[in-house]
Each structure stands twice: as C-alpha cells, then as structure tokens.
Write a protein that binds this ligand. Structure first.
Ligand code: C5J
Length: 252
C-alpha cells in the first residue's frame, strides 16, 4: 500500500479491529484476492436519465424498467463499502448546457423521441445540472464520495478519474451500474488497459436488453478474464464482511 492509499483508507475509512483489510471474491473465471484499501467501488451512471421514464434511455425507445433489478444489489455493496471505508466513485454521463462537449455525431444519432439537450419531463435530456442527470435517490452519493461527470461512455475519457484513482493508490475496481454492454463495458475496457483489476458485479449491472447483459458479462470474463472478473453481489459481500469471510482483519 502506498502512503497515499493508507491516507485514503484513513480518510475514507472507519477501519477498526473487526473490519477486513482484504478478502477473496468467488469470481469467474477464478477467485480473486482484493486488498480493500487499494480497491474502489465504481458505480456507473445510476442516473434518472437512464433509470426513469422520461429520460435519455426512454427517448431511445428502451424499457427502463429493465434496469431496476440492479439497484438493490448495488445498494448492498455500497453499504458494505461505506462500512469498510472504501473509496466510492459515482459516475454520471452528461453534457454541458451549451453542448460544447457533445459531438454532433452523438447528438444527431438515430431517431430518438427527444435529442440530447431537448427539454423533457426531468429537464433537458442528459444535461449536467438537470433533474434527469442526477443519481437516483436510492444510491445517492454522500458528500464525501467522488462524483465523476463524463461526456462519453467510458469513465476515463475526458475526466479526472485516472488522477483520482492514482491519488488514492487504487489498483482494483469493483464495477457496477448501467448499462452492462455500454458504459460499464467501455469503462472496464479502459480500466483494464490502464492496469486495473476489475471485478464486475453481475447482478449490480443491467441492460435494456437482457441478452446484451449476459453477453456483456461473458465478454469480460472469457479467455481467462480478458477484461476482468465477474462475481455476484453475494460473493462480493461475503468477501467484504467480517462475519462471513476468513480473511485478515485490520490490525489483526
Ligand atoms: C448509455 C450508459 N447506455 N450509461 N449509457 O448510453 O450505458
């Protein structure tokens, strides 16, 4: 652990003798040992614009109810991460009100019922500061948590995420959110190329297309984990929780 990461652990954590410093996650394609002080929970785009009627996701013709299944698994892992004092990062996809960071090729794409920047029932579609751009109440960030605003699908593109992770000595990412095959997959691929070990929560991700969700997870864990590992929230919680894990405790 670098000095920065021990600082992060102290700053974010309420680590005590009952809390774990590491754990083994029963993941696919194989179990992975994670050191919690150098692991961040990254929650991708759990925004009203994707999750609720009237937002960007629905304007594209999607059934937004397909995404609701990811909320409870994410909430469970988020609570455990907060208890452990892990670094928590939330991301939001969206654009500046003047659309200067939105490529015309993105705005003009397809035939949505409303385009990015148009006024909708939750404010302008996919625009920073509008109600639809915000994170859903069930997963709302604490003031101490990091929120990364991103103009693209990947959380590293045109954001400060690399600097944040480096500052806190992060080497591993627990990744969840929506949608599995778009922003979660793009972010995991970007992270993998930057040297992070990514564990994707299978039930903490969702897609408007269940078959894309399945394939999106398969693509990550295939070929010996070509982009990372996949585990469900129960397996991750088991590794994070003192009562259920056999791993070492902080100070033990
Ligand atoms: C999409 C995302 N689906 N957060 N964004 O456009 O996956």
């Amino acid at each position: 652990m670098t000095p920065e990461s021990s600082l992060a652990w102290g700053a974010y954590g309420m680590a005590n003798s009952k809390q774990l410093s590491s754990g083994t996650v029963a993941a696919e394609p194989e179990p992975i040992d994670l050191d919690w002080p150098s692991t961040a929970l990254v929650i991708i785009d759990m925004q009203r614009d994707f999750m609720e009627p009237g937002g960007f996701g629905e304007t594209l013709g999607n059934d937004v109810s397909q995404l609701a299944r990811a909320v409870q698994p994410i909430a469970s892992v988020l609570n455990a991460a907060r208890d452990l004092g892990m670094l928590v990062v939330h991301t939001r996809e969206g654009h500046l009100p003047d659309l200067s960071d939105a490529p015309p090729a993105k705005i003009e794409r397809g035939a949505p019922s409303l385009r990015i920047g148009d006024p909708g029932p939750m404010g302008r579609i996919l625009i920073r500061g509008e109600a639809g751009h915000d994170i859903i109440p069930a997963l709302y960030p604490l003031d101490s948590e990091i929120v990364i605003d991103k103009p693209g699908k990947g959380a590293f593109y045109a954001t400060e995420l690399s600097d944040v992770l480096e500052k806190y000595g992060i080497e591993n990412l627990l990744v969840c959110g929506v949608t599995t095959e778009v922003c979660v997959n793009t972010t995991v691929r970007e992270a993998n190329d930057r040297g992070y070990r990514c564990v994707v929560l299978s039930d903490g991700c969702a897609s408007y297309f269940p078959e894309f969700h399945e394939m999106g997870l398969k693509m990550i864990k295939a070929q010996g984990g070509i982009f990372g590992w996949v585990a469900d929230s129960a397996a991750v919680l088991k590794a994070m929780t003192p009562e259920t894990s056999s791993k070492s405790a902080v100070g033990a």
